[in-house]
Design a protein around this ligand. Sequence first.
Ligand code: BES
Ligand code: ZN
Ligand code: ZN
Length: 491
Amino acid sequence: MLTVKSSDLKKAKMDTLAIPVCEDKSIYHDSDLKAVIKKAFSLKEFKGEKDETVTLYDLPGIKARRVIFWGLGKLKKIDRESLRTMAGKIVKSCIQKEPANIWFAVPEAKINGLETSSVLKAMQEGAYLGNHLFDKYKGDKKKRPLKQINFQVAAGAAGKLRPISKRVAAVCEGTTLAREWINIPSNDKTPEKLTRSIASRAKKQGLKVRVLNETQLKQKKFGALLAVAAGSHSKPSLVILEHKVPGAKKTIALVGKGVTFDSGGLNIKTGNSMVAMKSDMSGAAAVAATLINAAKIKSKFNLIGAIPIVENMPSGKATRPGDIIRSYAGKTIEIGNTDAEGRLILIDAISYVAKTYQPQFLIDVATLTGACVVALGEKMAGVFSSDDKLARAIIAAGEKTHERCWQMPLPEDYKELLKSEFADISNIGSTRWGGAIAAALFISEFTGDTPWAHIDIAGPAYSSKESAYCGAGGTGFGVRLLAELLERLGA
Ligand code: BES
Ligand code: ZN
Ligand code: ZN
């Protein structure tokens, strides 16, 4: 869907050419581009200020039908995210107009320290992701995504930039796959259905897939995972995806929370808080998409994805507050609240993965707590880690992809709050404050010596409003972040 070309603007047939321009500096060397930009700037209504735009038709000197000029504002203010945003907005505006083909002019000059390769990458990410629509359930499909988005670069540069473009498309396809999974309503993604969907996608990509079904989970004593699934008519599973590389020295394990619907269980959610709970499998979606990406881009180390999939429902068979269950690791857990279910399925999956694969790093991704959203808002994830270097790598990766992460503490003395009168540990803290920390500390009791990080994505995983390069609903948060992180850890 993304192409990189060096075409002759005088001859190439284009319906739409989008030219991002700066307010205070020229960022092109090409004389044809410079000439049309000069035309746009001769208009009173266009100065190149941020998000200012003007469309001109049938300009002399180039063959494009229409040219969209888009202001980037001052050069010093431009970063990767403003380039993504610009490209996303332009693509969205073109989806409405339905042009047959669209081209982006890629700035030739270095932009605020960013090389052309980084500029192209950011623009392609915004364009690809902005082109994603979720209209599976609409009868009348008014909009159609663009089939191809072309990027015009300086003569001779295309060859070197094409591999970047291929990788961007692969990783962003993972993000849109995660978005699709998240947006599917829970009646169409029961644990059985989501399990099948993930397994078949993964197999298609050449990953090794193992699915532990309910019987096997019972045999192997996944007591915490089974306790969460008890109230639902649907059967739980643990999906294990493996990307194995012969001779690889490192194994990294990812664990994703896969609650296909979180009603809260017997501690049923009230008011509006249940509305978006089809998205409680966003961690699972991010991990599955990351494994699929790793296979696609041929990651150089072993990667394990472990995805516990359940539905949290109230019923006569549901786990009760006060029940005491035995986890896979053997520790007993008193259920203080059935709505604190994510940590229960995570710790069983984590214990299993640590024991079976002994990974060098273990990272879990989960829409775990409302408290994390209270702390950091809806656009940032909380990172908790036993390994500061790993936390820093996650945060740095997120800065680059604009999937922002903020490190949160794991204070030893707060473990006090998880004490249970009757069992080894309680699944909730004894105070309502610091809920994101209590949840992370609970998980930390099951990670042993494995360097571990927990990413709480309850805020950024889902958005009721659309943004520059994402529709309303699942955002696919974590997929680009993990791809970037794996590249860093592998280096
Ligand atoms: N899935 C929720 C967390 C959540 C909240 C995700 C808002 C996305 C948006 C989780 O299972 C949950 O219900 N957590 C409880 C924990 C509490 C009972 C200790 C919470 O955050 O209220
Ligand atoms: Zn819950
Ligand atoms: Zn939940």
